[in-house]
Design a protein. Structure first.
Length: 362
């Protein structure tokens, strides 16, 4: 009895961990992506509305490089409420190529051609309201109270590794399918968040299938390895390697094709393991009536039937070019699949377990 109780408790814990971790990984990654992509607050030179002066650029100030391209990212509230642009003049004439060309030359540290030249920069008002200055928005009160998340996102967007999957637009792929799961999950910094949760999920899957195998051994008083346990482990391993290689591009095309099969193996063996497990549970329902909620068990049978049909389509769309409809299906399918573990969580009863059949009535 004690062994049953311990395994029952652990199985409920593993089930809810898989569900919560999976949903958080998918939806959390989407929220994180949208939060960063839509974040358009910046701090520009001049860093306040009072600094409108013309500045001479020479060797002493590295031709204004430290002013225009500061080594340290300026705080977001060091911005001007008005939208300024910069005039760059060479010997009192417009700099060839304008401001962008001058910045490009500074980034290359190409100062030889600038020596002995008269170079000046001068800000001028382009618009009365700077739409990238946080001080012009109501959210500024929150920034003053808690600036850390705002500054952290600003640092992320300045990082050379950051490339948004959808530009500056927010997306809702559950309804519109603008992008795939992998396109968001493989990019910095979402990849750290997504991969950490998915690695935790794949490890918990090992524990989940192992615990169900142990429970069947206790019920049937044997030490055999159940078939669903074997298929469940294959699905967990496949998910682990899919996440491990997510975003990795091999020079050899063969390796890229092999990599793409991991997610297919995960879906196939996951569904196969769930089918076998559900049927085995239903077969011994008379023995475990105090262990499982039979109504939920029947619901799982209907659920796995629907998922089995959908998985055929899921495996197909993974192998072809992505479209908006396929992305919609992908996001909703993998979220829907996670509810199998939530059903397991609510199926397992909390009360003391008896493995004896119910008493017969006259």
């Amino acid at each position: 009895m004690l062994g049953f109780e311990n395994n029952r408790s652990l199985l409920r814990i593993y089930s809810i961990i898989i569900f919560v971790t999976g949903v958080l990984g998918l939806i959390g990654s989407l929220i994180l992506h949208n939060s960063i992509s839509s974040f358009n607050f910046k701090s520009h030179f001049p860093y306040s509305d009072s600094k409108h002066l013309k500045i001479t650029c020479d060797k002493k100030n590295k031709f204004c490089k430290n002013i225009l391209i500061p080594n340290k990212i300026s705080l977001l509230d060091k911005c001007s409420k008005k939208h300024f642009r910069i005039k760059v003049r060479l010997n009192d004439e417009k700099y060839p190529g304008g401001y962008e060309a001058y910045i490009e030359q500074l980034l290359k540290n190409s100062f030889e051609s600038l020596t002995n030249q008269k170079i000046t920069i001068e800000p001028y008002i382009f618009r009365e309201i700077n739409k990238s200055c946080i001080k012009n928005f109501e959210i500024y009160w929150l920034y003053k109270f808690f600036p850390y998340p705002f500054e952290k996102i600003n640092q992320v967007k300045k990082n050379i590794n950051y490339i948004s999957a959808t530009g500056s637009n927010t997306v809702n792929p559950f309804f519109y399918g603008e992008t795939s799961i992998s396109n968001i999950a493989k990019r910095y910094p979402v990849n750290y968040f997504f991969k950490t949760l998915m690695f935790a999920l794949s490890i918990t899957l090992f524990l989940y299938w192992g615990k169900f195998n142990t429970i069947f051994n206790l019920i049937e008083k044997n030490k055999r390895t159940e078939l669903f346990y074997f298929f469940g482990l294959i699905s967990a391993v496949s998910l682990f390697f899919h996440i491990f290689f997510l975003g990795v591009i091999f020079e050899t095309q063969l390796f890229n094709k092999i990599k793409s099969f991991f997610i297919v193996f995960f879906i196939f063996f996951e569904i196969l393991a769930q089918i076998i497990l559900t049927l085995r549970l239903y077969k011994i329902k008379e023995i475990t009536f105090n262990f499982f909620n039979l109504k939920i068990l029947k619901l799982k049978i209907y659920f796995i039937t629907i998922v089995s049909v959908l998985s055929v389509f899921a495996i197909y769309i993974i192998r072809v070019t992505e479209t908006n409809f396929e992305n919609i299906f992908e996001w909703n399918f993998f979220t829907f699949l996670l509810f199998f573990y939530f059903l397991t969580f609510i199926m397992i009863k909390k009360n003391q377990i008896s493995i004896h059949p119910p008493p017969k009535t006259l």
